[in-house]
Design a protein around this ligand. Structure first.
Ligand SMILES: Nc1nc2c(ncn2[C@@H]2O[C@H](COP(=O)(O)OP(=O)(O)OP(=O)(O)O)[C@@H](O)[C@H]2O)c(=O)[nH]1
Length: 367
């Protein structure tokens, strides 16, 4: 049986997909929040009699609606540019018209973290943009902090606006930080799942099981408890693929994985070890008991409903069982389970063979 290696997703693709998506969702949430904020500003300006800025805010709400649409259509660059232009243009206009003390300049600062966490891959572009925003902020300070604004608001209204803007900018910043953290944590969990799970069967993959074997082996050795392995391989699986196609072959693998997962204890570890090969690690279990488990698994697979509309016949499993002997590595024990499995194949398949029942290996035997 040739060994089959599972196709693996390129790392860049996994990372790219999750971080880009996380960032897009974050921006879409931000456009909703920004739209609501500008809606309330529009009302505030209307009540304060500054109708020009009230209309500017209505235009901003419409712009954020457009940004949301662009981001939903995955037109990231257009959405981002429109957002950045709106935030800075609007803030600068409000500062020029109402004065520095209105506090609209705080919104400039929100653009910097968004630019830096954006999915633009060229770092220098992000930094150039962020530095440009910072320079714009300093320029606005120089021009407007001591200038008399054309619209003179009453001190009470100006004060109210100032604190409203501080609180609102801080709330947006907190929203950005917490949402970004949640999205990154979720993407990280997804990446961990991709790295440890077989995509077809959702069982552990070989690498993840290896890590668990190392941990389990240490624990079992420390407590001097038995550790056993059951290696299971579908019989004549190539014929199923050849006669019914790979899709039916995949269905068979998923069904078999389900039956195996159902048949082992919660403390056992089950993985897709190779193409049509599964490995079960049974802590606190000697070889005789592991052979009983293996027999139960064999029967469970033999009883499975036939995939491919009942067209697949004779779906059976051969299983090799080995208990790790003292002074033996887990790899050696798995290798003996493999030899027992091959002995079962040679003897006619659809059976369980215990490694302990085989004659001792000679140097010429398969490792
Ligand atoms: N559909 C599908 N087929 C797979 C997958 N992984 C491995 N295979 C196929 O599994 C088949 C294994 O064939 P063999 O190693 O010759 O073994 P077999 O036909 O089961 O024969 P015995 O093990 O000797 O009973 C190959 O045809 C692989 O292409 C998979 O993920 N999906």
């Amino acid at each position: 049986m040739p060994r089959w290696r599972l196709p693996s997703l390129p790392r860049s693709r996994i990372a790219g997909v999750s971080s880009a998506e996380a960032f897009r969702v974050l921006l879409m949430g931000t456009t909703v929040l920004a739209g609501l904020t500008h809606g309330s500003f529009s009302l505030l300006f209307w009540l304060s009699g500054v109708s020009l800025l009230a209309w500017v805010n209505v235009a901003s709400v419409l712009l954020y609606g457009l940004c949301f649409r662009l981001l939903a259509q995955r037109r990231m660059l257009a959405g981002l540019l429109l957002m950045g232009t709106e935030v800075m243009g609007h803030a600068a206009l409000a500062v020029v018209l109402l004065g520095w003390d209105s506090g609209f300049h705080y919104y400039f600062l929100l653009v910097v973290p968004v630019a830096l966490v954006s999915t633009e891959t060229r770092e220098w572009i992000k930094w150039a943009f962020a530095l440009g925003v910072m320079a714009g902020y300093v320029m606005l300070d120089l021009l407007c902090r001591h200038a008399v604004p054309p619209y003179a608001l009453s001190p009470g209204v100006l004060n109210g606006l100032h604190y409203f803007n501080i609180v609102s900018a801080l709330v947006i910043l907190a929203f950005l930080a917490s949402t970004y953290f949640r999205l990154v944590a979720r993407a990280e969990a997804r990446l961990r799942e991709l790295a440890t799970t077989d995509p077809l069967t959702s069982l552990l993959n070989r690498r993840a099981l290896r890590e668990r074997i190392t941990l389990e082996d240490k624990r079992q050795q420390r407590e001097a408890r038995p550790l056993s392995f059951v290696l299971a391989d579908l019989d004549h699986f190539k014929a199923i693929n050849d006669q019914h196609g790979h899709e039916v072959g995949d269905q068979v693998l998923v069904q078999v994985a389900g039956a195996l997962a159902h048949g082992v204890r919660d403390v056992d570890h089950l993985a897709r070890w190779g193409g049509e090969e599964f490995l079960v690690v049974l802590p606190d279990t000697d070889e005789a008991t592991a052979a009983q488990v293996a027999e139960r698994l064999r029967l469970a697979v033999a009883d499975l409903p036939r995939p491919g509309g009942g067209s697949v016949r004779g779906l059976t499993l051969s299983l090799g069982v080995a208990q790790r002997a003292d002074a033996e590595s887990t790899d050696q024990a798995i290798s003996r389970a493999d030899q027992a499995l091959y002995a079962g194949k040679r003897a006619g398949r659809n059976r369980v063979v215990r490694a302990g029942s085989l004659p001792p290996a000679t140097p010429g035997d398969q490792a």
